[in-house]
Design a protein around this ligand. Structure first.
Ligand SMILES: NC(=O)c1ccc[n+]([C@@H]2O[C@H](COP(=O)([O-])OP(=O)(O)OC[C@H]3O[C@@H](n4cnc5c(N)ncnc54)[C@H](O)[C@@H]3O)[C@@H](O)[C@H]2O)c1
Length: 315
C-alpha cells in the first residue's frame, strides 16, 4: 500500500514510517520540521519506496499534491505539547483542529478516503469511569490540547458520514520508546543530568499514569486498520496497568545508576489540566488480538537507555 504520514519526521510518525517500509509499503512523509528531526528519517531515506515532502499541513494544495495516489493517510502532525496550551490558546486550535480540517480537505481533493488519526486519552478529561472505555460518558474537557483533538475527531467522523471516508481514531496514553522527544522521562533525565542528587517532581508524585511503548502503539494501529471495518473506528491504546509518577522517577534514576532525593511541588495535579489518573480500558483493541509486549516499567527503562545512547536528543 501507499501511505502518506503527516508529522512523519516526529517521534511516532518516523517509527511508523520505518515499520511500513520494513513491511514493504511505500511511504511519503509530509512534515514541516517544527519538532520533527531529519535524523529520525535517516534509515527511511535509504529506501527507494520513501519520499519526503517538506510542507505545512495548512497548505492544502501542496498536501493534496503529495497525497496523489496514496491509499491511506496517517495524520500525526500536531502540537503534541499537552502542558503549555494556556500559554498560547490559539495554537492547539490552529495546529490540531484546523489542520485536521486541512488534511481532510486535501484528501478530498486527492481522492484519498482512509485516515488514521492520533487522538489522545486526554480527550476523556478527568474521566468518571476508570479504566475508561471508548464509550465513556461524553467527557468534560480539561485541556485545550484535548479539546482540539476531540474537535479533530468530530471532523473526521463528519467527513466519514458526509463524504464516505473511513476514519480510524486512536486515543492513546503517553507513548515511550526510541526517539522519545518530550514528556516526563525526557524532563527527568535532563534534570538529573544537571543535578544527579536531586529531582523535583511536579504535583505530589502520586499522579497515576499509563504509558505505552511506541512499537506496541504501532502494532496496535496496524492491527486496527487491518481488522476494523466500521466507517468510524475509535480505539483506546494503552497497557493494562498504570504507575505513579514517583515509581517512574525511581525507574529512571535506577536505569541511570543514580539515587537522587525526590522533592515535590505538591497537590494532586502537576499543572492546570494535568489528569491525576489516566488509565484506559483497552479491551476493544485486545479483542482484535493485539497485546503489548513491554510493561510500563520496561518501556520507561528502554526509553532511558535510548536517551543515554542518543544524548544529542538534548541538544
Ligand atoms: N507522544 C505521545 O505520548 C502522544 C500521546 C497521545 C497522542 N499523541 C499524538 O501523536 C502525534 C505524534 O506525536 P509525537 O509525540 O510523535 O509528536 P512530535 O512532535 O514528535 O511529532 C509531530 C510532528 O508533526 C510535525 N508538524 C507539526 N506541525 C506541523 C505542520 N503544521 N505541518 C506539518 N508538520 C507539522 C512536527 O515537525 C513533527 O515532526 C501527535 O498528533 C500527538 O498529538 C502523542
Amino acid at each position: 500500500m501507499k501511505f502518506l504520514i503527516t508529522g512523519g519526521a516526529g517521534f511516532i510518525g518516523s517509527n511508523m514510517a520505518d515499520r511500513l517500509l520494513r513491511d514493504g509499503h511505500s511511504v511519503t512523509v509530509y512534515d514541516k520540521f517544527v519538532t520533527g528531526r531529519r535524523e529520525f528519517l535517516a534509515e527511511a531515506a535509504k529506501n527507494p519506496s520513501f519520499k519526503l515532502v517538506e510542507g505545512d499541513c495548512a497548505d492544502e494544495e501542496a498536501l493534496s499534491a503529495a497525497m496523489e495516489g496514496a491509499d491511506f493517510v496517517f495524520h500525526f502532525a500536531a502540537n503534541a505539547d499537552v502542558r503549555r496550551g494556556l500559554e498560547h490558546p490559539y495554537k492547539d486550535l490552529e495546529q490540531n483542529t484546523n489542520n485536521t480540517y486541512h488534511v481532510l480537505e486535501a484528501m478530498r481533493r486527492a481522492g484519498v478516503k482512509r485516515i488514521g488519526f492520533s487522538s489522545t486519552g486526554s480527550v476523556y478529561g478527568e474521566a468518571s469511569v476508570i479504566p475508561t472505555p471508548e464509550d465513556a460518558p461524553f467527557p468534560v474537557q480539561t485541556s485545550l490540547y484535548g479539546a482540539s483533538k476531540l474537535a479533530g475527531e468530530g471532523l473526521i467522523a463528519a467527513y466519514a458520514e458526509g463524504y464516505d471516508f473511513q476514519g480510524y481514531i486512536f486515543r492513546f496514553v503517553s507513548i515511550l520508546g526510541e526517539r522519545y522527544p518530550h514528556g516526563h522521562v525526557y524532563d527527568f533525565y535532563r534534570a538529573l543530568k544537571k543535578d544527579p542528587d536531586r529531582l523535583f517532581i511536579l504535583g505530589d508524585g502520586h499522579q497515576k499514569k499509563s504509558y505505552l511503548y511506541v512499537g506496541d502503539c504501532i502494532n496496535a494501529i496496524l492491527t486496527v486498520i487491518e481488522k476494523a471495518r466500521e466507517k468510524v473506528n475509535i480505539y483506546n491504546l494503552g497497557t493494562d496497568e498504570y504507575c505513579e509518577v514517583t515509581d517512574s522517577a525511581g525507574w529512571i534514576a535506577s536505569e541511570l545508576g543514580l539515587s537522587p532525593e525526590f522533592s515535590y511541588g505538591g497537590g494532586e495535579r502537576g499543572w492546570v489540566g494535568d489528569n491525576p489518573f489516566i488509565y484506559l480500558d483497552t479491551s476493544k483493541v485486545r479483542a482484535l488480538g493485539w497485546r503489548p509486549e513491554l510493561s510500563i516499567e520496561e518501556a520507561v527503562r528502554a526509553t532511558v537507555r535510548y536517551l543515554k545512547a542518543n544524548e544529542w536528543m538534548f541538544d
